[in-house]
Design a protein around this ligand. Structure first.
Ligand code: ADP
Length: 275
C-alpha cells in the first residue's frame, strides 16, 4: 500500500514479504519424487513387456539373415541382377533399422532421467509407443486402429513420461480385452485431435468389458486394482504425470461396451511453460 502527500508525492509504502523458498523446495521435492516413482513403474512396465519386445526384435533380425542369404545366392551367378540385388540390400537395411529403432525406444524408455521437456510431434510419439506394444497386441489378437489428425501443433512435453502414460493405458485396455469373454473382435483405437484452440487430446478407446460404476469412483486412487498381480499404481501415476504437464486425464466407461481414456494437454509455447 502506498500513501501520498497532499502534493501527490509518495509518502510511505507498506507491504509484507513472504518467504516462498520452503514452498518452492517442497514443490521441487514433489517433482523429483514423482520422477522417481514414474521411473520405477516404467521399469515394471518394461519388465512385463520384455518378452514381447524381444520377439518383436527377433522378427526383423531373422528377416535380415534371410535377405543376406538371398543376396549371397543372387551375387553368385555369372551375371548378377544388380537391380534385384539393390532391392534386397535395401530390405536388409530397412529391417536392421527397424530392429535398431525398437531397441533404441526400449533403452530410452528405461533410462532414469529428470524431466526433459522438448518439442514433440504427438503422432510420432503415438507411433513410437506402438513399436513397443505391437507384439503384445498381436499375441492377444487385438486390432489396433489409428485415427490421427493431421497438422497438429507440436507439444512441449517430456516425451518419455507421456509415452509411459500411453503405454500404460494401452496395456490396461489390452489386459481388459484379453480377460473379456465377449467373442466380438477385440479393438483398441488411438486418436489424436484438437479439442479446441488451446488443447490437444489423445484418446485410448477399447471395446472391452468396461469398468464397474463402483470402481470408476476410485479408479485414480493408488493401490486400486482388480488384477491378481496388479499394483494399482498405474492410473494414479499416469494422472500425476499428466497433471504435472498442466493437462487432465479422464475416462468414460460403459459396462459391456468398453472404455475410453482422454489425455488432454495444453498447446503452449515453451517459454510460457518454463515461467
Ligand atoms: P493395475 O493395472 O495394476 O490394476 P491401474 O491403476 O493401471 O493398476 O488400473 C486400476 C484398475 O482399473 C485395473 O485393475 C482395472 O480393473 C481397471 N481398468 C483400467 N483400465 C481399464 C480398461 N481399459 N478397461 C477395464 N478396466 C480397466
Amino acid at each position: 500500500m502506498v500513501d501520498y502527500t497532499e502534493e501527490g508525492s509518495p509518502l510511505r509504502m507498506i507491504g509484507t514479504h513472504t518467504d516462498i523458498s520452503k514452498r518452492k523446495f517442497q514443490e521441487q521435492q514433489d517433482k523429483e519424487h514423482l520422477n522417481q516413482l514414474a521411473h520405477v513403474t516404467r521399469l515394471g512396465l518394461m519388465g512385463e513387456m520384455a518378452t514381447g519386445i524381444a520377439h518383436e526384435v527377433t522378427q526383423p533380425l531373422t528377416a535380415t539373415v534371410n535377405y543376406a542369404s538371398a543376396l549371397k545366392i543372387l551375387a553368385a551367378v555369372d551375371e548378377p541382377d544388380l537391380a534385384k540385388i539393390t532391392k534386397v540390400a535395401n530390405s536388409v537395411s530397412e529391417q536392421a533399422l527397424r530392429a535398431g529403432k525398437i531397441i533404441h525406444r526400449m533403452r530410452a524408455f528405461c533410462q532414469k532421467q529428470s524431466a526433459n521437456m522438448t518439442s514433440i510431434d504427438i503422432n510420432t510419439l503415438i507411433k513410437d509407443c506402438i513399436l513397443l506394444c505391437n507384439s503384445d497386441l498381436k499375441k492377444h489378437n487385438i486390432t489396433l486402429n489409428l485415427e490421427l489428425a493431421e497438422a497438429l501443433p507440436r507439444l512441449f512435453i517430456d516425451a518419455i513420461q507421456i509415452e509411459q502414460v500411453l503405454i500404460n493405458l494401452i496395456r490396461n485396455s489390452s489386459e481388459a480385452l484379453t480377460a473379456n469373454d465377449n467373442p466380438a473382435p477385440k479393438t483398441i483405437t488411438l486418436s489424436s485431435l484438437m479439442l479446441d484452440e488451446q488443447n490437444l487430446q489423445i484418446q485410448v478407446r477399447d471395446n472391452g468389458p468396461g469398468i464397474e460404476t463402483e470402481l470408476q469412483n476410485k479408479l485414480f486412487m493408488p493401490f486400486v486394482t482388480t488384477k491378481t498381480e496388479g499394483m494399482g499404481m498405474g492410473l494414479s501415476i499416469c494422472r500425476s504425470l499428466i497433471v504435472a504437464h498442466k493437462g487432465t486425464l479422464s475416462f468414460d466407461s460403459l459396462p459391456e461396451l468398453g472404455t475410453c481414456f482422454y489425455i488432454t494437454l495444453p498447446v503452449i509455447a515453451s517459454q510460457e511453460y518454463i515461467s
